[in-house]
Design a protein around this ligand. Structure first.
Ligand code: NDP
Ligand code: 2IT
Length: 417
């Protein structure tokens, strides 16, 4: 419930302006609900129009991306970059390529990115971008031509001191490589304009693992501080099988937990003996295949594949949604609580609906929001920018240790009294 007059007024203004952007409204509402005590304590924020400013992007860029497919036919997609806030540093945030990308999706992601980035304590503003391009089923050459066309327009808006994009859903090392090559060609400049680059051309060790590892570092710290507990012996349910899910599963297993599920948009794997992360990596990262292959590749006899279903019916101690927004609904929250879940850590951005979040919190589940819990990725991107600026490469251990400090110190879970 929004009770504060100032917050209500600004929220109504957002609804009037952006009423057709449901994901953005959801993200703003979630933040505003938690900000009420802050605004009441600081009347100067209203005078300075802080909330009005934080919900309005500094710049919204929307552009045509025309490219040629393998049949020689011209395809047209829509590209976005929302440069939301540069108060504390250059705009920073990922690019997402997925058919569900709209202005509302990019805007909610950019809005959350402002807060997440500031939590890392590194000097990074907030932004996000992407396209409704669907890379599934496209050849490498088609993905390359799309990325080059996308960057041809984007290049005029970004730069190492202006705006530094990175990966997100369906944008990984391959895409960042194509995008970087095109930027370099157009601008004749070799700079840290993108993060998540290949190690051979300025990428940072540990960036690939960073978001998933960070999700577990955060959860581990929460277990220690709040419950004097650890991952040891816990059953963990994870959704997704991409970059975040894979490395969250790997770290949770290293810390002594048993991860029993992973999923993709077609269905999920239940493996009561513990997911074999190397098999998932081979199928999803190397072959860009489907998880339905898992049972054939893994020698565990008890593996189940559930087509067209979600993971949240699975009993667990800890749930980690790592796929996409609004993937944990109220029915899922009820199933999780009924089946003994005690912790939910958001690896994805806004994976839990508002109603589901409230239900979890009212039923004794410790809820760790993505803006803090998945900040390890962008924190390590910040460290990649530092390495690029000083033209040096740090070791895996140096980056891993530093990112741990940046995500666990300022965002350390605290008991709110
Ligand atoms: P990937 O593209 O590597 O993996 C995404 C995974 O989620 C895939 O298994 C994909 O299945 C599944 N998925 C994606 N969209 C949907 C959908 N609409 N419905 C069902 N399943 C879906 O992306 P990441 O792992 O990088 O990102 C996952 C989440 O984490 C996103 O919310 C992203 O914003 C967030 N995040 C990412 C960071 C990063 O550094 N990469 C940093 C912080 C947050 P399929 O293969 O079938 O498409
Ligand atoms: O949501 C996110 O934090 C990301 N996709 C990573 C952003 C980045 O700039 O590394």
């Amino acid at each position: 419930m929004l009770t504060d007059e100032y917050i209500k007024r600004v929220y109504d203004q957002v609804v009037a302006r952006d009423g057709d952007q449901p994901e953005f409204l959801q993200a703003v509402r979630e933040v505003f609900e938690t900000l009420q005590p802050v605004v009441e304590k600081h009347p100067e924020y209203e005078k300075a129009g802080v909330l009005e400013r934080i919900v309005e992007p500094e710049r919204t860029i929307k552009f045509r991306v025309a490219w040629v497919d393998d049949e020689g036919k011209v395809q047209v997609n829509r590209g976005y970059r929302i440069q939301f806030n540069s108060a504390i540093g250059p705009y920073k945030g990922g690019l997402r390529f997925h058919p569900t990308v709209t202005e509302s999706v990019v805007k909610f992601l950019g809005f959350e990115q402002i807060l997440k980035n500031s939590l890392t304590t590194l000097p990074m503003g907030g932004g996000k971008g992407g396209s409704d391009f669907n890379p599934k089923g496209k050849s490498d050459a088609e993905v390359m031509r799309f990325c080059q066309a996308f960057m041809t327009e984007l290049s005029r808006h970004i730069g190492q001191f202006t705006d530094v994009p990175a990966g997100d859903i369906n944008v990984g090392g391959r895409e960042i490589g194509y995008l970087f090559g095109q930027y370099k060609r157009i601008r004749d400049e070799y700079s840290g304009v993108l993060t998540g680059k290949g190690l051979e051309f300025g990428g940072s060790l540990a960036r690939t693992e960073a978001t998933g590892y960070g999700v577990c570092y955060y959860t581990q710290e929460a277990l220690r501080v709040l419950r004097n507990d650890s991952f040891e012996g816990k059953t963990v349910v994870i959704s997704g099988s991409g970059n975040v899910a894979t490395y969250a599963a790997q770290k949770a297993e290293q810390l002594g937990a048993k991860v029993v599920t992973v999923s993709d948009s077609n269905g999920y794997i239940y493996d009561p003996n513990g997911i074999n992360v190397e098999v998932v990596k081979q199928i999803k990262e190397v072959e860009r295949g489907r998880l339905s292959e898992y049972a054939k590749r893994c020698d565990h006899k008890t593996v189940e594949y559930h087509e067209g279903a979600g993971v949240w019916v699975t009993p667990c101690d800890i749930a980690m949604p790592c796929a996409t927004q609004n993937e944990v609904h109220i029915e899922d929250a009820k199933n999780l609580v009924a089946n003994g879940c005690k912790i939910l850590t958001e690896g994805a951005n806004m994976p839990t609906t508002l109603e589901a979040t409230q239900y979890l919190q009212q039923n004794g589940v410790a809820f760790f929001p993505g803006k803090a819990a998945n900040a390890g990725g962008v924190a390590t991107s910040g460290l990649e920018m530092s390495q690029n600026s000083e033209r040096l490469s740090w070791t895996f251990e140096e980056v891993d240790d530093l990112s741990l400090i940046h995500i666990s110190e300022p965002t350390r879970p605290r008991l709110i009294s």
